[in-house]
Design a protein. Structure first.
Length: 233
């Protein structure tokens, strides 16, 4: 089975808010650069894109979960259907989940060589995307976030290419374990130091872990999750 490869352009998402979350499958070939797919845009370059967040992968297995969650919660029809491209991902396939892959694992996609750099940090734009104000938080607490890649070797990728594992990182810090340490578990000096000392983890994630170690409290995520500043600040 081939990996779905998607790209998008900046467009209005809500009043005063733009996003390139609405991705479409590529046709033919596209250059995968150190910054990601040529032509793929990000509206907020401070929090999206860049070399450490060049590509986002989202497992297709999760769409069944989200459909069941919606039904169990008695929510109205989601504003965006749960199918590939729903989460603004660049890559989507089956067979890889957050607890099965590791920070630093290296893959090939066409001519490109890419490496897992961090879990995805869900943001408030997902709340707008699906019409559910808690979506980003639920996505974070369930760990169904997908992950981000950096590009080690640029090259052409083609519609129909398949993501293939080339090298498994030996320390085996799973994407899910990394995410839970920072977002979903109580303070653990051992686990946080595992993040700060991991050479393949993105600088941003290592800094968040270091902040918790140094300040004895986690960074506040209110702005990212809900587009608001915590009242405790």
């Amino acid at each position: 089975m081939s990996t779905l490869i998607l790209s998008g352009s900046i467009a209005p998402l809500d009043t005063g808010i733009t996003s390139a979350i609405n991705k479409q499958p590529i046709s033919g070939s596209v250059e995968c650069t150190f910054e990601g797919l040529a032509g793929d845009q990000q509206a907020d370059r401070r929090h999206h894109g860049g070399r450490e967040r060049a590509l986002h992968y989202y497992p297709q297995e999760h769409f069944i979960y989200w459909k069941s969650f919606w039904q169990a919660m008695g929510l109205s029809t989601p504003a965006t259907p749960f199918k590939p491209a729903a989460f603004g991902e660049n890559l989507s396939d089956t067979g890889l989940l957050e607890d099965q892959v590791h920070i630093g694992d290296i893959f090939t996609l066409g001519e490109a060589v890419i490496q897992i750099s961090q879990p995805r940090s869900p943001c408030f734009k997902l709340n707008i995307r699906f019409g559910y104000p808690q979506m980003s938080l639920v996505m974070q607490t369930t760990g169904k976030t997908g992950w981000l890649f950096r590009v080690l070797q640029p090259g052409k990728v083609n519609a129909g290419d398949t993501l293939k594992l080339q090298e498994e990182e030996p320390t085996r810090l799973s994407v899910r374990g990394c995410l839970d340490t920072l977002y979903n578990q109580p303070y653990s000096e051992e686990n946080l130091r595992r993040l700060t000392d991991h050479p393949a983890l993105s600088e941003g994630w290592r800094q968040h872990a270091s902040n918790w170690l140094n300040n004895a409290r986690a960074d506040d995520w209110s702005r990212r999750l809900f587009n608001q500043i915590s009242s405790s600040n």
